[in-house]
Design a protein around this ligand. Structure first.
Ligand SMILES: Nc1ncnc2c1ncn2[C@@H]1O[C@H](COP(=O)(O)OP(=O)(O)O)[C@@H](O)[C@H]1O
Ligand SMILES: [Mg+2]
Length: 357
């Protein structure tokens, strides 16, 4: 493929999210990959407080979180009239509209992967890579994800949503859950990621603590039946306006009790590609991944995460609309294994986003 220097891609990195650091390593790799493919890249950093800056400096400093320089120029997304698009705000308050063809928001979790930034981009009229406001928002909420999957006839784990008002009557609630589920039971904040606020509860006391703990991270909590078995993931990619493909299936192994924050980002649990599954189960996972992608109204890309129990029953766990993009992340690794290089994956994502409109 030739050079793509005529295409101007703004990459958003960081973000006011607990997953800020993960975004830095994903973005660093995406920027390097886009530059390697010949695109013109405009890195835009969002600090932990949510301020946006045009970053001119060395991209290596994104990876090490040293990108926040005094002379970074402020950036705004304009949504109105003559101020529509990516605006570079100068010190004297004047602005310049950056000529951008597409935005790649490599942001994970809150304030980035959840539809908020997508809404801003929608209003600004700039095409962007990946899922819409609707699908980003629904996939961020585990209760709504389960609700849509159930309605679409896609099997997930047995679940129960708990609202803050329900804990006024916690004894009744605990009894009710214990009657419907068997221990262990997972408790999770409905709208977090990176395993934040999640506990695996082995008895009523732990269930009560787990629910209270999860409420520290939001107003909705989900309880889920523990599924014993394998944890596998499948990458989905929209390759044109009418074609959606799923990748090889990968397996997560080598974590202790469950795939928590430390095993995700510190000790690096082992990724096994392809997953150790029967051929027929692999095919089933690949086909359900596409069904889930469509049911959630995803576009561009998503990583669909599953549990496969000891009887080869397949359950969707969750759908990530901006999966990790580091060089060791599952999403790009799965495509590499399926014959699509990191570079060609980026090229596909950019062109599907531009042609979408
Ligand atoms: N129902 C379940 N059965 C078995 N393990 C689970 C279940 N729910 C979560 N886990 C474990 O907890 C991890 C994090 O849960 P997950 O729902 O994927 O949250 P997050 O959105 O933070 O990634 C999973 O990767 C898995 O190891
Ligand atoms: Mg997960």
């Amino acid at each position: 493929m030739g050079s793509f220097s005529n295409y101007k891609v703004a990459v958003l990195f960081g973000g006011a999210s607990p997953e800020y650091e993960v975004s830095l390593s994903s973005s660093y790799n995406v920027i390097k990959g886009l530059l390697g493919a010949g695109f013109s890249v405009f890195p835009i950093g969002i600090d932990r407080a949510g301020s946006w800056f045009y970053y001119y400096g060395d991209i290596e400093k994104i990876k090490t979180d040293e990108w926040q320089l005094k002379d970074n120029c402020s950036v705004n997304i304009g949504c109105s009239g003559t101020k529509k698009g990516v605006l570079k705000i100068k010190e004297d308050g004047r602005f310049e509209i950056l000529d951008i063809d597409v935005v790649f928001a490599v942001l994970h979790g809150e304030n980035g992967e959840d539809g908020t930034v997508q809404g801003l981009l929608e209003l600004s009229g700039i095409p962007y890579v990946g899922c819409s406001v609707l699908s980003s928002n629904i996939c961020m909420n585990k209760i709504l994800t389960h609700t849509v999957l159930d309605a679409a006839g896609i099997k997930g784990t047995r679940w129960r949503g708990v609202m803050r008002r329900d804990i006024k009557n916690i004894e009744f609630l605990l009894e009710d859950i214990a009657a419907e589920f068997s221990f262990p039971i997972f408790t999770k904040p409905s709208s977090c990621g990176s395993s934040v606020g999640i506990r695996k509860c082995k008895n009523l006391k732990e269930l009560e603590d787990g629910i209270n703990f999860a409420f520290k991270y939001g107003d909705e909590v989900i309880c889920e039946q523990f599924i014993k078995g394998k944890e596998v993931e499948c990458a989905v990619l929209q390759t044109s306006s009418s074609e959606i493909k799923s990748s090889a299936v990968g397996q997560i192994a080598g974590y202790d009790d469950f795939y928590d924050y430390d095993s995700k980002y510190k000790s690096y649990a082992k990724l096994i590609i392809p997953a150790n599954l029967k051929d027929s189960t692999t095919k089933k996972v690949q086909s359900i991944a596409i069904k889930a992608f469509e049911a959630m109204r995803c576009s561009g890309l998503a990583r669909v995460d599953f549990f496969v129990d000891d009887d080869d029953e397949v359950y969707v766990n969750e759908i990530n609309t901006m999966p990790g993009f580091t060089d060791i992340s599952m999403y790009p690794k799965l495509w590499e294994h399926s014959g699509l290089s990191y570079k060609d994956l980026l090229i596909t994502l950019i062109f599907v986003a531009i042609k979408k409109r």
